[in-house]
Design a protein around this ligand. Structure first.
Ligand code: SAM
Length: 155
């Protein structure tokens, strides 16, 4: 069985589950290939294997991908814990505005943007300029063009 446009690999996976080996897939998208490998190639290599993570509980038999699944779960929890310990201080919590419920929130992604003073007389603050560094045509006439600033890093 061969799916030459296998994307996430559902057809080779089902073929494998139905016991129709060998099941093959390919795709021009490397992300799809990686997902396909993770679903179809890797789990069978660990079939019926015990998990290897430290502190694993003693258990005699593991079926199919149970041992691998336990390792994936263990390291899936271990990794964000380690990341939090090492770089968590770079992602401080922020104060939420009242209309967003108030209190503190953990930021999961910062979007960096250049900021320019607003040319709008009704709004005297700076405006973020996501994407590109050129100024809009309408801002290059009068009043004089605003000076680009780099938005300050979070403290
Ligand atoms: C609709 S998806 C495949 C879905 C998959 N067969 C399934 O059942 O889940 C189509 C896939 O074809 C891939 N593709 C498109 N043109 C291709 C080409 N010329 N060679 C290889 N893969 C291609 C795309 O990257 C995409 O992942």
């Amino acid at each position: 069985m061969y799916d030459p446009f296998s994307g996430g690999g559902s057809i080779p996976l089902e073929a494998q589950r139905l016991g129709l080996p060998p099941a093959y897939g390919s795709d021009l998208n490397p992300v799809a290939v990686m997902i396909g490998k993770a679903m179809i190639e890797i789990p069978p290599k660990f079939k019926d294997g015990k998990p290897v993570h430290p502190g694993v509980k003693e258990r005699m038999d593991y079926h199919n991908a149970e041992g691998l699944a336990e390792d994936v779960k263990h390291y899936g929890e271990w990794m964000p814990e380690k990341a939090q310990q090492r770089i968590g201080h770079l992602y401080p919590q922020v104060d939420l505005p009242k209309d967003h419920g108030g209190g503190k929130a953990t930021v999961i992604a910062w979007i960096w943007a250049r900021a320019v003073p607003s040319p709008d007389p009704a709004f005297s603050d700076t405006c973020p300029r996501p994407g590109g560094t050129s100024l809009p045509q309408t801002w290059t006439g009068k009043p004089p063009p605003p000076t680009p600033l780099t938005s300050p890093p979070p403290t």
